[in-house]
Write a protein that binds this ligand. Structure first.
Ligand SMILES: Cc1cc2nc3c(=O)[nH]c(=O)nc-3n(C[C@H](O)[C@H](O)[C@H](O)COP(=O)(O)OP(=O)(O)OC[C@H]3O[C@@H](n4cnc5c(N)ncnc54)[C@H](O)[C@@H]3O)c2cc1C
Length: 393
């Protein structure tokens, strides 16, 4: 095998596999290396489905700031790219189930969702609790709450998307080296040397998107993360109520707790997880399996009993996954501060999958042109206070 490549991508998960696809599409000789055989269950991308939403509600209150907010335009671009990918393969990768965001009627976050939707012409419907309960009898929303339904958002098939990027990247000439952890990256003035247990590879450029492990691989860039263990549960559910063709993905903001759910696709079951909370863990140690903590099932069970028509006893499977958080919770997508031929994309938190397509495309462009879109400035490694504000560890 040729041991020299134009670009090596370390971490062929959500973002890395997309980057490999876009690089190989441009004819760039690309090696993708991953510790496992992606898609797999040891990172952040497994579990069949992910929400894609467009109207983010956590931006500042003025319209000017709303327009500077990068997540919304990136999410809209990402969705287009997923539709293009969907058109290239036989498996359906995006379901336009809609995304219903539920919170108290006086929620400032939800007000932000409505404001950003209006600013970006994102079609929404604002629904009362009664309207929600009537339209989707599988949901029980208390009085005083409202829902914002994003009509063009929906459900992404995350494992299938990574599979699609992988297969197409290989067809386009990329080389995938699975089950191969990278042990070391040596950065030289004109390239990099990447070492695994079996081989040494060289490249002109490297993109590191190794999720939570990125800080261990790029030690001198000043990257620090908080690693949060998350659980998620899959339930056998009445398909007449919860199938993707008539039940939306939802985000349910109870104030003190936030839950999300994804509809059942092809009878695979209803997925429910808690978005906030979780346990901080050591990335170098195995993730404690589902059931290790009493709250793993307890809190999801309580939410289900209060707001859904699915007994917790119908659990098919519980799983664990990880959020990789920066101190300010924005992503890192940038060149290494001292080496422009080294790129990093990580810290994608609990909402990064939807952006994998567009970030993969932009990283491919960064590798080819040596330039980064102004749109990504908020994700720079050198942004003020990123290191000072690391909350734990
Ligand atoms: C339970 C849960 C629910 C979520 N729900 C949503 C959602 O609804 N919508 C949404 O948009 N996002 C969601 N997310 C977040 C999203 O899934 C992640 O932000 C995203 O998958 C992270 O992508 P990544 O490429 O950074 O990491 P990954 O996809 O995990 O890829 C990192 C890859 O790096 C590899 N790697 C690590 N170290 C090495 C090494 N030394 N050598 C070689 N390879 C290495 C790993 O094996 C892995 O394949 C959720 C996350 C979780 C955990």
């Amino acid at each position: 095998m040729n041991q020299h490549f134009e670009v090596i991508v370390i971490g062929a998960g959500s973002v890395g596999m997309a980057a490999g696809y876009y690089l190989s599409e441009q004819g760039v000789s690309t090696l993708l290396i991953d510790s496992y055989d992606p898609p797999h269950e040891n990172g952040s991308h497994h579990g069949n489905t992910r929400i894609i939403r467009h109207a983010y509600g956590d931006c500042k209150s003025t319209m000017e700031d709303v327009r500077k907010q990068p997540y919304i335009p990136l999410s809209l671009q990402a969705n287009k790219l997923y539709l293009q990918l969907d058109a290239r393969v036989e498996t359906q990768l995006f379901y336009p189930s809609g995304l219903l965001d539920i919170a108290r009627a006086d929620s400032s976050r939800l007000a932000g969702v409505i404001q950003t939707a209006n600013a970006f012409d994102i079609p929404i419907e604002v629904l009362t609790a009664d309207e929600i309960n009537h339209r989707w009898p599988g949901l029980q929303v208390p009085e005083g709450y409202i829902g914002v339904l994003e009509l063009r958002s929906g459900t992404l098939m995350c494992d299938d998307i990574i599979r699609a990027y992988r297969d197409l990247a290989i067809t386009q000439g990329a080389v995938l080296q699975g089950n191969t952890p990278v042990r070391d990256i040596q950065i030289h003035s004109d390239g990099v040397t990447v070492t695994t247990d079996e081989a040494t590879y060289t490249a002109d450029k490297v993109i590191v998107c190794a999720g939570g492990w990125t800080e261990k691989l790029v030690r001198d860039a000043g990257i620090r993360f908080q690693h949060i263990r998350k659980t998620v549960a899959l339930f056998a559910a009445d398909e007449a109520l919860y199938d993707v063709h008539h039940f939306p993905a939802f985000f349910f903001d109870l104030g003190a707790e936030q839950y999300y759910s994804l509809p059942s696709v092809n009878g695979m079951g209803l997925k429910v997880g808690r978005h906030d909370a979780g346990q901080e863990f050591d990335i170098t140690a195995p993730l404690p399996p589902f059931g290790s903590y009493p709250e793993d099932m307890g809190e999801i069970g309580q939410f289900m009993a209060a707001h859904m028509r699915v007994p917790a006893s119908q659990l098919i499977k519980g799983g664990t996954c990880q959020y990789t958080m920066t101190a300010d919770e924005d992503f890192i997508v940038d060149f290494h501060p001292e080496h422009r031929h080294v790129m990093v994309a990580a810290g994608l938190a609990g909402h990064g999958f939807k952006f994998a397509s567009v970030l993969g495309q932009k990283l491919g462009q960064m590798a080819v042109t040596g330039e980064r879109d102004e749109e990504l400035a908020i994700f720079s490694i050198g942004r003020p206070g990123l290191q000072d504000k690391v909350r734990l560890g």
